[in-house]
Design a protein around this ligand. Sequence first.
Ligand code: SAH
Ligand code: SF4
Ligand code: F3S
Length: 472
Amino acid sequence: MFEIEQKVMDESRQGEAYEGVLDTLSAPNKRFYIESYGCQMNFSDSEIIASILQSSGFGSTRDVEQANLILLNTCSIREKAEQTIRKRLTEFKKIKRSNSSLLIGVLGCMAERLKSKLLEEEKLVDIVVGPDAYRTLPQLIEEAETGEKAVNVLLSREETYADIAPVRINSNGITAFVSIMRGCNNMCTFCVVPFTRGRERSRDHASIVDECKDLFDRGFKEVTLLGQNVDSYYWVDPVSNHAVDFAMLLEKVAKINPALRVRFSTSHPKDITEKVLQTMKAYDNICKYIHLPLQSGSTRILQLMNRTYTREWYLAKVKRIREVMPDCAISSDIIAGFCTEDDQDHLDTLDVMRNSKYEYSYMFMYSERPGTLAAKRYKDDVPMEIKKKRLEEIVSLQNQLSLETNKLDIGKKVEVLIEGNSKKNEKQWMGRNSQNKVVVFDKTDKALQPGDYVWVEVKDCTQGTLLGNMVS
Ligand code: SAH
Ligand code: SF4
Ligand code: F3S
């Protein structure tokens, strides 16, 4: 079954199961190697970690054999995410055997969830650091160098790493993630994130705008504002008492320059406001794309999930988005086989998908996470075989919807930001349009380069890609 899940994620544009390795920084005698798993927040955190380590004299390496310190920035969202990490740790055992001074650190959500238990379970791990404790990493490394096991999993109500300039890793130099808030207060019953990331807190808007300005000055053309629930962004200036909400922040970033595209992720359906929709509409450079996770199309299941909206309420939100911005793409997250889900609940999910006409979705089987409200309150009672079958049906419907919405673009002219070569053919460029759809087209103009905007007429499509020709 996991193959399906993996396949879905491979096709995803968020790169949830993506493994990133750091570009080489300067090379002093101590070098770290880092791999990141999970959501974009984790990838963004790895850039903060790289910055902290660089400031304390570490260089980086992409070659694990050259490293004095191996770091895994981990995810706990589903059981499989944790299994992947444990497998990776087993692979590091061999390297550690041949290099006894090598230190191995587990960071991120799995570190936070398991805390020092991780040291008992995974004997080769030397350092365990939770998402709010990265500033202490240099001291923890020093401690571990003396042979002690080092742990800091304290969660914070204030930490936003606002003053740390991230070192852009594995960057294409065109698109970047900017973290605007941390944590989550929502308590969806299936979700481990509130436990691994702590309370929600927003980052000072001035530091966000400065970071985006700096990126633009360095040639970046697109920023994605990141948070578990960006629509509840709220910053009150401690001196002036002036408050900035998400719509205001979006506007501030959009105003930096019309040539800087602005995206954001993720919106909780209950929090995305009319003001945000109107701000999106008002600025061409705010991309017409909303990730609006549904989770389930059954009101009964949504209630058990504590999502705080009903199926009708969600559909009305989708309708409103399409009224305000007919060209806005909407994507979703869907969980198959949550506790007590029956055939009718599943049909309700398929029905909302059809009605919402998602451009794409990230689709998962429910995976019970220890400590969550669902694990405490409900039985994980949908058999694996049924979860698998329902997920297959969801995936198959989404494939159909993606193809249908892509077909509607044939004949349209779309503005594309070139990100690089097409993976399949170096003679073609790959970029995205405002709706976040991947667009591939021939390199007919030699003067073009990544970071340029071009107009492309869509001639054909697959389920995941628009294919076209450049037009002047
Ligand atoms: N903050 C984001 C979600 C972050 S987790 C939001 O609220 O939209 C990303 C997705 O993983 C979730 O939307 C959900 O679909 C899925 N997910 C979370 N916990 C899960 C679990 N226990 N089993 C299966 N999928 C899960
Ligand atoms: Fe998890 Fe819900 Fe918070 Fe998203 S909004 S991170 S699904 S608790
Ligand atoms: Fe995973 Fe933590 Fe993100 S659990 S999805 S890395 S917030």
